[in-house]
Unconditional design. Sequence first.
Length: 745
Amino acid sequence: MESVIERIKKGHFWKFHGGIHPPEQKFLTSDKPIRNLPIPEQLVLPLQQHIGQAGKLLVAIGEHVLKGQALTQSSHPMAVPIHAPTSGKITNIKNAVIAHPSGLSELCLFLEPDNNDQWQQRHICPDFTQLTDHDILTKIADAGIAGMGGAGFPTHVKVNNSNKINYLIINAAECEPYITADDLLIREHCATVIDGIKILNHLLKPTHILIGIENNKPEAIKTLQQASQGIEHIQVCILPTKYPSGGEKQLIKVLTGKEITSGTLPSNQGIVMQNVATCYAIADAVINDVPLIKRVVSVSGQGLGKPQNVWALLGTPVSYLLSQCDYQNNQHKQVIMGGPMMGFTLPTDQVPIVKTSNCILAPSEQEISSQTKEVECIRCGQCADACPAQLLPQELQWSAKAKDQQQLAKLNLFDCIECGACAYVCPSQIPLVHYYRIAKAEIRQQQQLDITAEKAKLRFEARKIRLENDKKAREDKHKKAAAARKERMNSNTPIANTEKSAVAAALARVKAKKAQASAQQSTIENSTDVNAKKSNSDNAATDNSEKKTQVAAAIARAKAKKLAQKEKNQATEGIVDKPLDSVTQSTTDDKKSKIAAAVVKAKAKKIKETALQVKSDSVTKEPDNKKAVSSMDKVILESDKKAKVAAAIAKAKAKKLNEPTTDVPKNESEQSLSKSDDKKSKIAAAVAKAKARKLASKIAEPAEEQINVSIEKTNTAKPIDDKKSRVAAAIAKAKAKKQQRSESI
Ligand code: SF4
Ligand code: SF4
């Protein structure tokens, strides 16, 4: 059987499925040297420019950095650092739109060049063969090199391979239309590219090195053949032009005839592939200590006045590149990053060049018509015929539109290399790759969410187990302590007896506390009942007293009225004069009546004061009895008022009786009549006074009762206060009685 090398030497290659032959359009830039551009005014450096993770930030806003200085640090094998493309100042660190089909923003460093282009200190290594594999891998990793062919996979990971490598394939196919960056790089910097290949050879020690290059790059082929002379086991493989022969799986198939099945890596079959530009970057990093800070970019398209290849510093805004190539964007045409097949339209020309940017395409209206309109799939099957990954593009499209992620997985969506061959041949002008990219992004997002949810679930379950273990440990500990205590207490030692006593005392305390709480509760309930009953009793007594007072006052008023009528009749009958002793007697009676009324008032006042004193004591000693005291206040006030009214009535009657008549009686009969009236007046006054006394006595009694009730209610008044109140009430009664006696005498 013919070997791979024999086939290659004969110019026989395998064929991959599908593929297309679009117009190459490489002539726009292939005949012009790579141009060095002036340093732009600002560089925008996304922290992540590769597949993997962003490095840890090492600089801050305002910091001055030197050319080649690391701006981030690798903290993970899949994290590669970025470096300052020139010297200058970090002016900002914020999110900005990056070069991605999604148009998403990511964290970027903004560097303002100082135009000194001052390098940091470098360590040149003229002989890399003196370095260990580890040193070489470290240099590659520290230089931030990631696959520059478009994939962006960290190079130090890809070349750190312990498998036996049969084929190291250098990808110089550059099959995408318009792009000539690798072509020019080989032509102008072939020695460095070859140095990179030698370093990889030193690291991987492959059986064969195959440089795959399409036959549309004659100068580059010639240069490579010359540069590779003298190197063992290296073959420059001149391939027929067919898109996408530069795809990793497709180039492996073409050169070796091997199929890389879905979900496997080429290294599993002893194959490692690196891009020409990556080889250049490896050599620059290992030998010249130059990190990846610039790359060759094809700025092409008929929308440009001067399409050309340029050395672009990473972070250079696309707008700057276009302006350097005489871009005439009068009608704001679309600008594409990447080639016409695999590229994507930029959301803005402010996005920066990154490690994977190999082309900026500014096509004219004739090159890419914006008037194309998508129509329904006619199931012609041309897309499937063109697909180099042997997928079913039309079915992928339907599943992507339906967001059927399970079906997309079954259709091997992730084997799609987004070459765009299907869309290129589609007569319905369906932007198939656009749908695949969206579907891939959604699936990646969902996978990320699933991973996060799974991590959260694991954390939750771990916590649950930990809490259960803690609980069980606590319970075991308590059980052990209880068992030990029980054992101790049953040991009949003095310590055990002491513990028993302590437990018994604690139990007794608990019981006593319970009993006390229960007693307090019943006291509160009883007190509430007693207050309610007393309140009802007080109301009844007040009503009774009021009734009696009203009756007495009515009788007094009736008598006074009768007497007044009688006097009026007498006056009408001509009795005009009044004897002198009658007048004197009247004056004396009037005085007595006044004294009696004053005494009644004084007694009522005294009773009131006593009651108020008791109330004050009650309030001070027992705030809970405020309600009872308030009730008593009411009774006292009403009684006081009634006593005042009764005394006033008595005084008025006496006054009326003693009023001098206009005519004084002159004869015996008149005098006799006058005496008789005078007697009646005295009797009436005495009756009034007696009523007043009785009323005062009644007033005093409820007040005294209120005092007693208050004392009972409060249940806090000392016996001595109670005694005082009773003595005061007795004194008031005695005085009233004495006064009554003296008045009757
Ligand atoms: S090429 Fe276009 S129209 Fe034809 S089957 Fe594929 S998607 Fe449908
Ligand atoms: S873009 Fe994907 S589906 Fe379309 S031809 Fe290329 S590999 Fe196949």
